[in-house]
Design a protein. Structure first.
Length: 591
């Protein structure tokens, strides 16, 4: 029996299992050509996808540094970033310059320090620095100057905050010596605004004034401003009444904000944040008033001028009048009076210019001159006086400044005071007392400049605030943070590689090498079984021995379970390494 068994068993091997690679190649050579090509393409694609996933998971988060490289020196940008050891990439579709999210601020600082800034395509006065040929005409010189002026104006307008770019077109006619042929220049401005921004009427008016004052004899009415959407902006500045109303409204809002801030500054240290609300309404008078008044004080007269005239006239001639009989009669002869009364009567009748006679009829002599005294001629005397007086007068010219406050209305609502019990920490709410509200009212009045004569009103009311008066802004979720997505990318990459290896590559390799696994297990275990076919009946009751360093006798299949179990235990105790190798090969074969 032993001889027959030894004859049917295969010859012993040298103890080394066949190479795994050789077995793989043997099984691969047994496949058809189409299956071999498909297998190799699948393996190559799996490896490529695995590498791509690994690279994708390790790729950092890139952010745009500049939206576009148009108008910038690309070479200088690359040299600056390379010198600073900053990784960058350029988006092929949009042309945006991308750098790592952690390097955005540092890259911008490096480029700014190197003087790399976006530049426009407008040509300014540097066009005049170019050499001009000897044959340059006056027309070309004027055209170059106009082009440089347009470029400088476009650059200036582009420096505004809301303006992304601008183009200026000037129409400057040729000057003429004839007044009737003189034409005024005109200009048109096209502004490109940033997305979501617009120009206010005041800013449009500023652009119009800027262009008008930069070109000689250019009036503001000859300037047109248009945006990139075709909207006419210069028409907005023509409505001066609406513009003035807008300025007045802004002035009122600024004044109200200033007064509200004063109330906030005085109440916040006392009440705390979110414990009160204050609003101020200001009635502002923007009317311009000019008044002139003249007042007199009749109780204080003053002599301004005085004119006095005194006139005395004596007639030296005889009777005068209308020529006639009475006028031409000579004077009657004088007669001496017989008595005193008669002498007096006679003397009274002496004609003017005749010698005076005394009572005795003798001529009266003038002691000063020694000549006889003559009767006086009739005389006229007139006195005239004119006095001019001035009364006290005051003249005042008053011009009221615009923006005068007519009335202020201040409303303040205060929340209930919160009290915390020191013993148990209980929180209670209690309304403010009338005295405390009166003190708050005085503080607010002094803060806003309360004036009762103009009708100002200040109201401070205590009312409990609602528990849901403000919206609570939740913290951003963790899955919106950049670091979370970096971890997710790496985890997804690892999971994909594991699925690719254990779900695709390993089953394919096991399928290819499955035919030789049992042979490798038998060869590694040195199983000396051969010629088992056709010997079922003869070997059913025989024992089989495993060759090796020590011969192990295995029980026959007909023996009981306990005998087989004891034999296996003995085998495990004697050579555990060989048993482990056999079990491992069994597991691989079942998969």
């Amino acid at each position: 029996m032993a001889e027959a068994l030894s004859d049917n068993l295969p010859a012993k091997t040298d103890g080394k299992p066949p190479l795994f690679g050789l077995s793989f190649l043997e099984n691969l050579s047994e496949m058809t050509m189409l299956r071999q090509v498909g297998l190799m393409v699948g393996l190559a694609a799996s490896v490529a996808i695995g590498f791509a996933v690994v690279l994708w998971s390790q790729q950092p988060d890139y952010r745009p540094l500049y939206g576009s490289l148009a108008g910038m020196d690309s070479k200088q940008i690359m040299e600056t970033l390379a010198a600073a050891d900053i990784a960058y990439t350029v988006e092929p579709n949009s042309g945006a310059l991308l750098v790592k999210a952690d390097d955005v601020a540092r890259a911008r600082m490096k480029l700014a320090a190197a003087g790399v800034t976006p530049s426009d395509s407008n040509i300014g006065f540097e066009i005049l620095d170019k050499d001009q040929g000897l044959g340059t005409s006056q027309f070309m010189e004027a055209t170059r100057y106009r082009r440089g002026l347009e470029g400088e104006l476009a650059r200036t307008i582009s420096s505004l905050n809301n303006v992304k770019g601008a183009r200026v077109h000037l129409a400057i006619p040729k000057s003429s010596v004839f007044v009737r042929d003189e034409r005024k220049p005109s200009a048109s401005v096209l502004v490109e605004l940033f997305s979501g921004r617009s120009l206010e009427p005041g800013q449009v008016l500023a652009i119009v004034n800027l262009v008008a004052t930069s070109v000689p004899e250019l009036s503001k009415s000859q300037i047109t401003v248009v945006d990139q959407k075709g909207n006419l902006l210069s028409d907005m500045a023509e409505n001066s009444a609406l513009t003035q109303a807008g300025k007045q409204f802004d002035y009122s809002r600024r004044m109200e904000s200033m007064l509200t801030q004063r109330v906030h500054n005085i109440l916040q240290p006392v009440l705390g944040n979110d414990r009160y609300k204050a609003e101020v309404s200001a009635d502002v008078d923007f009317s311009a008033v000019e008044s002139t008044s003249e007042q007199f004080n009749p109780d204080q007269p003053a002599l301004r001028s005085e004119q006095s005239t005194s006139e005395q006239r004596t007639a030296a001639n005889g009777p005068q009048g209308v020529p006639g009989a009475l006028s031409n009669q000579p004077p009657s002869a004088a007669s001496a009076p017989q008595t005193t009364g008669g002498a007096a009567a006679t003397a009274g009748a002496i004609q003017p210019g005749q010698p005076l006679l005394d009572a005795n009829g003798q001529q009266i002599m003038d002691p000063a001159t020694g000549q006889p005294m003559l009767a006086p001629y009739p005389a006229d005397k007139r006195n005239q006086s004119t006095k001019n007086f001035e009364l006290d007068r005051s003249i005042s010219h008053t011009k009221q400044q615009q923006g005068k406050i007519n009335r202020l209305s201040v409303s303040v609502v205060v929340d209930d005071q919160v009290k915390v019990n020191a013993a148990d920490g209980a929180v209670t709410r209690a309304p403010w007392t009338a005295d405390e509200l009166a003190r708050f009212t005085r503080l607010v009045q002094d803060a806003v400049g309360f004036d009762a004569s103009r009708g100002d009103s200040v109201s401070v009311i205590n009312m409990p605030f609602s528990a849901e008066r403000s919206e609570v802004i939740a913290d951003p979720a963790f899955y919106t943070q950049p670091w979370f997505w970096d971890i997710v990318k790496q985890v997804l990459g690892v999971l994909f590689i594991l699925v690719l290896v254990f779900g695709v590559l390993r089953p394919v390799l096991n399928n290819i090498t499955g035919g030789s696994k049992k042979q490798l297990a038998l060869a590694g275990g040195d199983v000396e079984l051969g010629g088992m076919g056709g010997l079922d009946g003869e070997l059913a009751n025989d024992r089989v021995s495993l060759g090796g360093p020590q011969s192990i006798l295995l029980p026959s299949p007909s023996e009981g379970y306990d005998a087989q179990l004891n034999a296996i235990k003995s085998l495990v105790a004697e050579d555990p390494g060989r048993v482990a190798q056999v079990v491992k090969e069994w597991i691989n074969a079942d998969e």
